[in-house]
Design a protein around this ligand. Structure first.
Ligand SMILES: Nc1nc2c(ncn2[C@@H]2O[C@H](COP(=O)(O)OP(=O)(O)O)[C@@H](O)[C@H]2O)c(=O)[nH]1
Ligand SMILES: [Mg+2]
Length: 460
């Protein structure tokens, strides 16, 4: 008997129940969801993503329903994600969406799903993007993302798409608002829906006049303004033809667009993960809120608060190891473990060999003369761990905090380290006999050696 197919297998085979389950996993931000994305990612990138945004009631869902019908007639499999960042329970509007698209309920070439609202900033955009990946892997040719409104959340969500349609209606002044809200930059096609109503021409003209204020390079796509009547379906074929035209126009650039999207998503996810790490692993319970209170109470400014919070995310910068033969150690780490090793450097009385292990560097220190401090260290304690170095965001603050807690430093004040960093050593008597260096890195790359020189002064 062969093993039962996994969720991934079933998803890739287009199983609808597996699809629903997979979307729930990413929607609830589970680890299983993250693993699933990891498994399917290489198999995605085939679907074309159409973003549809605009104020509530503009007729987006009615229009999407028409778009589905047209695309189905062209033989394409279509999925729709309905997202409403403004509603805490994703209730009414979404329900309406599904009712409007009900005509496709029995067609297995169509899949419609609403995304539950998540509390945190940017989270909904990420889970929407991941749900789109799942649909892509399941074999849908076109994925439509319908989202309500014209604010930053919608901009983030629509950025997930390959083409963005902004749907407006005559005479509400929404167009001006939309342009203010930054929709201007993301709209690839403007749609004035409810063109059967009075004022459609005026609305279209006002969008066009806004566009004339923008500079477009030669050959650059200038967003067209189309009129539709979603209830009757008028203008929908023209709209889809325009989407095709955009797709053809941006063909060469779609890679750049997807890369920009990947960058945005990576930054968003990293930022979120980092904040989570800070709140869960680094700060004491309630510390974040207390900091907020102090900022609100004008006790500290936000910049100082950020620096202070960042300073708590100390990380192991390097481990200093006293060795009798740095070259032999280099062979061990470099050849046997495949770690990057630079050329050894002789600095003063020591030969230094740096071994990059990814997060942390090993600093192998070999004495080149019997007078070298490391020679004395080895004579006294034997080869092995000499010191560890922790990175801090603000060394002055770290020294002040630690000194206030009774920690003794070898250095009275921070001194200059390599590459513009500032360093200080904690006395081993304050660290159970271990020599601990703290380092505030700097962006600038200046001189080469003071840290290494300092090893002789600070070490023992
Ligand atoms: N007169 C007119 N009404 C429309 C048109 N398109 C949609 N509607 C109506 O506008 C209302 C809101 O439509 P809906 O698709 O739910 O808007 P959404 O909130 O943007 O998704 C519904 O009552 C639709 O029947 C149109 O082109 N003309
Ligand atoms: Mg809708």
């Amino acid at each position: 008997m062969t093993a039962a197919p996994t969720l991934t297998d079933r998803l890739l085979a287009g199983d609808t129940r597996a699809l629903a389950r997979a979307i729930s996993l990413v929607e609830n931000e589970t680890d299983d969801g993250a693993r699933l994305v990891g498994k399917i990612y290489a198999k995605t990138g085939h679907a074309y993503l159409i973003g549809v945004t605009g104020p509530p009631g503009a007729g987006k869902s009615t229009l999407v329903d028409r778009i589905i019908a047209t695309l189905r007639a062209r033989g394409q499999k279509v999925a729709v994600l309905c997202v409403d960042p403004t509603s805490p329970y994703s209730g009414g509007a979404i329900l309406g969406d599904r009712v409007r698209m009900q005509s496709h309920a029995s067609d297995d070439g169509v899949y419609i799903r609403s995304m539950a609202t998540r509390g945190h900033l940017g989270g909904l955009a990420t889970t929407t993007a991941e749900a789109a990946l799942v649909l892509d892997a399941a074999g849908f040719d076109v994925i439509i993302i319908e989202t309500v409104g014209v604010g930053q959340d919608e901009v983030d969500i629509v950025r997930t798409a390959d083409v963005s349609l902004v749907v407006l209606v005559p005479g509400t002044g929404d167009e001006v608002q939309a342009l203010k809200a930054g929709i201007m930059e993301i709209a690839d096609i403007f749609v004035v829906n409810k063109a059967d109503r009075e004022g459609a021409d005026r609305t279209a003209a006002s969008i066009e006049s806004m566009l004339t204020l923008e500079m477009f390079d030669q050959g650059e796509w200038k967003p067209p303004v189309l009129r539709t009547e979603a209830t009757s379906g008028r203008g929908v074929t023209e709209l889809l033809d325009m989407v095709e035209a955009f797709r053809a126009h941006s063909g060469a650039r779609v890679g750049a667009r997807r890369r920009a999207r990947a960058e945005w998503r990576l930054r968003e996810m990293l930022g979120r993960r980092f904040l989570q790490h800070l709140e869960q692993d680094v700060l004491a319970p309630g510390e974040f809120d207390r900091t907020l209170d102090r900022i609100a109470g004008r006790e500290i400014d936000p910049y100082t608060a950020v620096t202070a919070l960042m300073a708590k995310t100390a990380a192991l910068d390097h481990v200093g190891i006293a060795v009798e033969d740095a070259t032999a150690m280099r062979a061990l780490f470099g050849h046997h473990f495949g770690l990057a090793t630079g050329e050894p450097e002789v600095v003063g009385l020591h030969r230094l060999q740096f071994v990059e292990t990814g997060e942390t560097t090993l600093e192998l220190v070999e004495p080149v003369s019997a007078d070298a401090p490391i020679a004395k260290f080895i004579a006294k304690k034997g080869a092995g761990l000499h010191h560890i170095c922790l990175r801090v965001a603000d060394i002055d603050r770290a020294m002040a905090d630690l000194t206030a807690k009774g920690v003794q430093f070898i250095d009275a004040a921070p001194r200059q380290g390599a590459h513009g960093s500032r360093i200080a050593f904690i006395h081993p008597s304050s660290a159970c006999g271990l020599l601990v260096e703290i380092k505030q890195p700097a962006g600038s790359h200046e001189g080469s050696d003071p840290v290494r020189r300092s090893l002789g002064e600070g070490g023992h």
